[in-house]
Design a binder for this molecule. Sequence first.
Ligand SMILES: Cc1cc2nc3c(=O)[nH]c(=O)nc-3n(C[C@H](O)[C@H](O)[C@H](O)COP(=O)(O)OP(=O)(O)OC[C@H]3O[C@@H](n4cnc5c(N)ncnc54)[C@H](O)[C@@H]3O)c2cc1C
Length: 372
Amino acid sequence: MKKKIIVAGGGFFGMYIAEYLANCGNEVHLLEKEEKFMSRASYNNQARVHNGYHYPRSILTALRSRVSFPRFVAEFGECVIEDFEKYYMVSSHLGKISANQFVKFCERIGASCEPAPTRIQKLTNPALIDACFTVTEYAFDALKLRDIMMSRLATSSVKCTTGISVENVKKHNAGLLVSVKNIHSGEHNEVYADHVFNCTYSHLNYILSNSCIKLIPLKHEMTEMCLVDVPDALKKIGLTLMCGPFFSVMPFPSAGLHSFSHVRYTPHYDWMDKTNEPYRDSYLKYTEDKPSSAWRYMQKDAMRYLPLLEECIYNRSLWEVKTVLPRSESNDSRPILLLANHGLSGFHCVLGGKIDNIYDAVDVIAALHILD
Ligand SMILES: Cc1cc2nc3c(=O)[nH]c(=O)nc-3n(C[C@H](O)[C@H](O)[C@H](O)COP(=O)(O)OP(=O)(O)OC[C@H]3O[C@@H](n4cnc5c(N)ncnc54)[C@H](O)[C@@H]3O)c2cc1C
């Protein structure tokens, strides 16, 4: 039977899930707080299409990435950038993995990993870099991805509205009454839905807190991703130093620059949403509390491993609240969280740890028969 569904949050997850639910024959309304879809974490990220390499400490996440990678590339090929060389480097200095272990890990997950060409090895500081490997990993253009999703939604039956915040949900007859706020006028309204999918990522607990539903334990990090102009020798190259307090520099296609992140300096501070503690609004923190840039620290540290990075020219920073499950802290895993009927029948919460997790999310929605 056709269900009335509200999807809260027009990031990549909300857009994809809204389209999926509409294609299953439901009446879907996608509500996004900002003026534009995909303007938060789905844009403010490193744009890496993960292929497993990043997760030597979580074999499950690595293997899931290996399955999702070809699926994402096949479905969103138009926004996937493949025309750059990608290298993963290993350092025994502070590193949590040796070169040998990295090679074994790649064999285990069936991912290609060859010694990098000499011209690349020569760019690294041999006193700190033990090995450098050529791998297969891509980047995506977030603006193109948004365009693809916008045109797909335009040809679907999904009704899309921006500038509307979902405030809370409560039980009503067999379904839910959803309170929404117009961001410009401040006007509140109530809308009926049989189901609500909460796809608001770092804002997931906002709706829960307002609805007096138990908070989901989540860890938030205030992150800074720098966008830089790299020297010519690195223009068509992405480099990641594994696995410890290191850095990654990768093409960021939607800005024609490279993103520069550092495990030690990209997260400026973190906090937890805990079940029995008052909620702290992550979006308020985001607008009110931006620390000063750590670019100089990132660059100074990374230059020790790859001296050419001294020539990077800082352009600007993308700030975002990164949200992960507390258990991801120890092993860096990126599972999805899908809580069906969380606190209220028909109210479902979805958190994706990375863009290609979307396939795990829709597979679980289908497998759980959530709408039955
Ligand atoms: C620094 C950083 C680097 C990352 N790097 C990568 C990477 O390289 N590769 C990768 O695959 N993943 C990466 N990720 C993870 C990836 O960005 C997320 O998994 C993904 O974007 C989550 O998508 P989403 O749609 O759930 O979230 P979002 O894109 O944040 O969408 C949530 C939407 O909900 C809206 N919203 C919030 N509250 C409300 C409300 N009350 N009512 C209505 N709308 C609301 C927001 O405005 C937003 O548009 C990174 C994340 C960060 C922060």
